[in-house]
Design a binder for this molecule. Structure first.
Ligand code: NAD
Ligand code: WQD
Length: 335
């Protein structure tokens, strides 16, 4: 049976996508250099899926390793998650971000071409909408990047569009994720932040676990219902299932397809804190801080294109996002 190669498959979104793929009859092969993940995720994935999963430890920029994988495994398509993703860090070490994110994509495309595998789904991000003020964000909203990480995503989208223009036999899915949170119901896999969390929900979870004294709410003077930033949080299991739908679509409709993966609903920072308190039954102290540089007031998706064309609709609400996130993260801290 042909398999889907999952780059970065031991990471947060990749691992959940591996589970969804098996649940929908696909098999996978994973390549990951463990830069931001741990090998025990592979055991957890095998436990959840009850399958033996082929794993190659190494870097996607290593073309010889990619050639080995494509020679040994029957690969029918690739989902490309591998990359660096921290906005702040990308301003400190931009060249590493360009090298890793763009270098891995080019190496991957070159080897795919050698093996005549021309189906790829790429992890893009709502960050490509930059500071766009008109919400909800649609796939044809203006694009812009405000930091090196975002620029890598915009460049890669451009590379994939140029590739498709040059050879229309490629089948390309570009998925723009909004704010993934939550974890698999088993509590076995989830997001494992390295150092101080940048993102809101992992930070709240560390406050709930008593590791940090309070949530720093970045800004309470935005033009939003309570002054705090509004985002489109999406359960990682919903997001993962979006990849299954995108792959299915590429099976029947060739081309270059771009979809937002979000819920279409925006929640403020204070809404999220409240939902987390309810889910965990723990009081979450917070304090207001200055706005975080580069942040915008409001970002949420217009999810109608993904609904219409691939049948994507998020199932889980904010309560389950927080419950599932906490179930996984509390096990890391509270034994
Ligand atoms: P993650 O860091 O948990 O997963 C990425 C995985 O890729 C890690 O396991 C890491 O070890 C691996 N990796 C990194 N560089 C590699 C390389 N050169 N070769 C092999 N493996 C490599 O991140 P995630 O949250 O699962 O994100 C997955 C993708 O989705 C990324 O491309 C990210 O930019 C994108 N994305 C993430 C978010 C988010 O908020 N998490 C939002 C939008 C888009
Ligand atoms: C959410 C809201 C903050 C932390 C980032 C990337 C984006 C994408 C997803 C990869 C904002 C506020 C946050 C905190 C806070 N990643 N906040 N205190 O900034 O929407 O998106 O992750 O592609 O590219 O930029 O997510 O979780 O950091 O912030 O008040 O400690 O929470 O100001 O309003 P963001 P986030």
């Amino acid at each position: 049976m042909s398999k889907v190669l999952i780059t970065g498959g031991l990471g947060y979104i990749g691992s959940h996508t591996v589970v969804e793929l098996y649940e929908n009859g696909y098999e996978t092969v994973i390549i990951d250099n463990l830069y931001n993940s741990r090998i025990d995720v592979l055991d957890k994935l095998e436990k959840i899926t009850k399958k033996k999963i082929s794993f190659y430890k190494g870097d996607v920029r290593d073309k010889d390793l990619l050639r080995k994988i494509f020679s040994e495994e029957e690969i029918s398509g690739v989902i490309h998650f591998a990359g660096l993703k921290a906005v702040g860090e990308s301003c400190e070490i931009p060249i590493e971000y360009y090298d890793n994110n763009i270098g891995s994509t080019i190496a991957l495309i070159e080897v795919m071409k050698e093996f005549n595998v021309k189906r790829i789904v790429f992890s893009s991000s709502a960050t490509v909408y930059g500071k766009c003020k008109v919400v909800p964000l649609k796939e044809d909203s203006p694009l812009d990047a405000t930091n090196p990480y975002g620029r890598t995503k915009l460049f890669i989208e451009g590379i994939l569009k140029d590739l498709y223009e040059s050879d229309k036999t490629w089948e390309i899915g570009i998925l723009r994720y909004f704010n993934p949170v939550g974890a698999h119901k088993s509590g076995l896999i989830g997001e494992r932040p390295n150092g101080t969390p940048n993102n809101l929900v992992p930070y709240i979870a560390e406050v709930a676990a008593g590791i940090r004294p309070h949530v720093r709410v970045f800004g309470n003077d935005y033009d939003t219902k309570d002054g705090t930033g509004v985002r489109d949080y999406i359960h990682v299991v919903d997001l993962a299932y979006g990849h299954v739908l995108a792959l299915k679509k590429l099976d029947e409709a060739h081309g270059l397809l771009i979809y937002n993966l979000g819920t279409g609903t925006g929640y403020s920072v204070l809404d999220v804190i409240k939902a987390f308190e309810k889910a965990s039954n723990i009081k979450i102290p917070y304090e207001f801080y200055d706005r975080r540089p580069g942040d915008i007031a409001t970002s949420y998706a217009d999810p109608t294109k993904a609904l219409k064309e691939i049948g994507f609709k998020a199932k889980y609400g904010i309560e389950e996002m927080m419950e599932d996130h906490w179930r996984f993260q509390k096990n890391l801290y509270i034994k």
